[in-house]
Ligand binder design. Sequence first.
Ligand SMILES: [Cu+2]
Length: 498
Amino acid sequence: MKHHILAALIASVFTLAACDQKAPEKPADTVIPASSEQKTADTQTPQGELPAIDAVMTHAPQVPPPVNRDYPAKVIVKMEVLEKVMKMADGVDYKYWTFGGQVPGQFIRVREGDQVEVQFSNHPTSTVPHNVDFHAVTGPGGGAEATFTAPGHTSTFSFKALQPGLYIYHCATAPVGMHIANGMYGLILVEPKEGLPKVDKEFYVVQGDFYTKGKYGEPGLQPFDMEKAIKEQPDYVVFNGHVGSIAGDNALKAKVGESVRIFVGNGGPNLVSSFHVIGEIFDKVYVEGGKLINENIQTTLVPAGGAAIVDFKLDVPGSFTLVDHSIFRAFNKGALGQLKVEGPENKEIYSGKMSDTVYQPEGGTIQTVPLTASEAAQVAAGPAKASNKEEQIKLGKTVYNANCMACHGVEGKGVEGAFPPLAGSDYLQADPKRGIHAILKGVSGKITVNGKEYNSVMPAMALNDEDAANVLTYVLNSFGNGGGQITAADVAKERAAK
Ligand SMILES: [Cu+2]
């Protein structure tokens, strides 16, 4: 409470100074009342006075313990961005972009009035810059501008948690939709000063939609599909980053008689969620994660880029299924989880026989697609190699979408002032070998493309000779460019030359 004394001191000094002024020289309407001055001083407490605490952060479905503090603190949040191939479904892999190595990012729990210092690191192996926009922040971009971070760098910024609630955070680097679609979101809870009512178990669940080249269940490493994302036609709609993340052996667990709270978020990027737990009624819903409490709710809407808190008590045992009640998403796209509850039956509340496997047959069977012998051979043989220019262009497009589009944009249009265009680039046309150098060594320093100056950094791309040749051939023959060809041998030669 030291800052109150300080505030009073500042206020009284101001009053003294004001008294010193000769009244006629000071027009009345510019006199600031001492009380408003005091208020300003109070909200601008220097951070140095607050005790510093490292945030306890947890991976889903775990939630950090309640804050349990009756004073504000400076809370240090360390976030690390990691781009990482992980399982989307059985036999299906996806190159996720993550906060902290998993989807969703870690749960952050602070108290209303806390000063939150975010130390935001982008791992050196990342292929693109990233940042974070906290919906709990009052300030430009929710911190996005302050945290825009190239691979191998750390940015720091601080914000005051002014308003209690459950908030999404997400990456907001261009193209924003792609970063979110790759899994860059999580939840931050700003507890009200008095805390939330105590419950026995808390869980962390975030829905997200994913867009892959292949259909649902098509095996292999699936690249992101921009076209499907723009059309809002996801192949996967899942809880906590992948199919089955909170089902079967990974199911959430609780006991009869316990009270349960689920912090539900929706990262999107596109779909809103009709969040429902089959066989339960939410006693309380903190609507949209805010202060308004609704009671006795069957299904609650969780907007993309939004959240909700649901509380309910467990009266009977069984398996309760979490779904997005846009129901094809649950049974055909993965938006299905389980809460397994153990304990004594209560025949009055529920007389019938609850089974663990009621929804399993439908949910389970469609999650793997059996391979024919020739498909299996194809997977074993690895990626196809191009034998002519046309095939190079075709394969190069996939490489472009997965590795270059994030910065150079759809149709190679680039982003003015940040990422130069590859469409009609006079810089590249002048010497297509520059493309090879760009991929192998990266590009930095001032360059001029189509009359516009760029002074930024492109990281070297970890592509093999084939992929590098294919993507450059694709670029040279797309976006209205004049054609040309780069072969794997050309790339190998440049690689050896350095
Ligand atoms: Cu990002």
